[in-house]
Design a protein. Sequence first.
Length: 730
Amino acid sequence: LVEHLTLISGVAPSVATVNAERNGKRSLYLGQAADPALDEDAMAAGNNPSTFVLRVTDERIDIRGLSDEGTLFGAYELLEQLGVRWYLPGALGRVVPRTAEPRVALQQTAQAPSMQLRVLSGWLARDLPWYRRQRLGGAMRSTGSHGIQPFRRNQSLFEENPALYALRGGERRLGQICASNPEAPLLTAAWIRERHEPTEEKFYIGMGPNDGEGYCECAECAKRDGDVFDPFYGTTSVTGRYIWFFNQLLDELEDDYPNLHIAWYVYARHMMPPPVELPPNPRIVHVFAPITLDRIRGMDNPMSPDRHVLRWVVDAWSRLEPNEMAYRGYYNNLACPQFPFSQVDRIRHETPAFLEKDIHAMRVEVIRQGWANNAVSLYLAGRMMWDVDTDVDALLEEFYLKFYGPAAEPMGRYWDGLDAAFRDTPYFTGASYPYFAIFDTTRRAEMRQHLAEAGTLTAELDADPPYAERVRIAEWGFARMELFLDMIAARNQHDYNLADQKRYAFEQLNDKMADYVLEGEELRDQRRRSALINYMERSDTRGNYFNRFFRSAIVAGHHRTVEAGELVAGLPDVWDFLIDPAQVGEIAGYHRPGKLGGNWQPLKTISRTWSDQGLHYYKGDAWYRAHVVIPEKYEGRPVYLWFGGVDNAAKVWVNGTLLGTNREPLHGLPGEAGTFRPFDMLATEAIRFGEKNTVSVKITNDRLAELGTGGIVAPVMFWSPHDPAWQPGG
């Protein structure tokens, strides 16, 4: 209050004890110093610790919260009524009106949050000012967890009693627990008793399966699961075993902890409800984390059948009548290097829909948030979780006007256009893959024009308010995305020289934005600093999403066609395609050259993903076939067949001759084995020079479909090295 009232008026207010002489000035009383009679009004609004009352009379101002957090949020309310806004972290995101006599209306306002818990999680530092100023917080409680104590990473317990852990392939293995083992809930109960005194108070503990696979295969666990089939994974759901485990645990602790609630993620292979004969204890809190479903659109968007699945899942669990449910979704674009992204339409519709379904807690992931590209969505998320009745259109209009000043109109068109790009298109693959289709040349030109107009309107303005800088960071974010799209377009045309030039420019701008810290420079964990893009996207960090999915193919393609050799023939975007759920393709000879019967259909490889061609839920084998002429001039030289990346396993033939796989190929190749990694196969002996050659690929995709990709995901080409002794990695 002192800081912002000084910024507003230029005069620092004095701070004194409640007994100090007022000198005729209106005084502001905070927290326990405020009128205790206001507690009754606060409780009438809601008993969440974030609740507060703001009372303004001719004599005094009182701000009294039901906790220190509530009082803090009341102070934010007062400042917001005076015109202060915090749109981005740090000084660049702060809007402060200037007036010698700040005025606020006479009132008594009681506010309580719509959502009892409001969290944006995943490296977003909760102790930084921006986070608090969005009134995020609420009742401090767990809302789900990966792992069950005391079993997690407990090597000594595993050695002492391996039967507590998952049976996999006939052996007990450290990792997932054997949830049906009757000792498991007893040991967990003992662990809880060691750390919590018996109490009738309500409290929460988060636990659940470890993230990933490795579930127990014993007969008792399978019995608990029943016959509940998970169509999204194409296998039996493992929900039942964990519901049984939680039920046993809560029964064991009933006398000492009658109000203990266990929160767990309704997620991955435990997203489906349990068998009907195994009703959950009402004190199991189901936290929806639909990672395999579309994470871009709201559950009422007709462009996304996935999101309607989420509505079905929520309804199915709500019929089991739990005491509470929570939402643990995603407001980030999972596994994307943080390109321009909008969740406005989703947030405005989905937040009140969750509240209507008695979901009162939201802990939404925004890992690696990009403040140059997603600021509007994150700001709106905080406001909607606080008040689901927020007038979104009015809020956005105010955002554009206050934040961009004279550039409000073109920047409003830019952000609204960005939201429409995701709202109104039928592409929903995760990571950066839908950007190729969503941001076509027409849309890119329109958005570029909006930014150029905004830049012109702010170019000559002084730095206070910093309108020009606010426009500039949005321009950087969009320019970074365009460099990426141009790079991929060049890659897809096998122009690896241009692609590598775009890569270099991309990485230069990328690192500039990662080093532009808005707030939290003092934090030792650089991932938690609020920068234009997250530190983890720096080009020199491990885990960088661009490096993981795209960089290696660009660098490898450039090395092969520019530095060490030359392009012989590029394979097309469209291949003949056939799914093989019965796994009969090799027996049926799908790899043979020449004409084949069957219902082969054309499928794109590098311009569209499996999800965006109707294969989002498909897990299993699939086949690709393409034909290409290899010029006679390469006869007598080594020729390699190169793949820029597949998801997740590939077995390759040329003219019916097996070359190998991307994991265990022949001739000691590929050099960079793994999903989304490029690999080579020596094809010289299998090629018919001067003739049409048939390339056949069997893809096996049987992993978690978090991204929704599959099959061939990057260009394929034949190339020849200048040095006949060349080897991958050499």
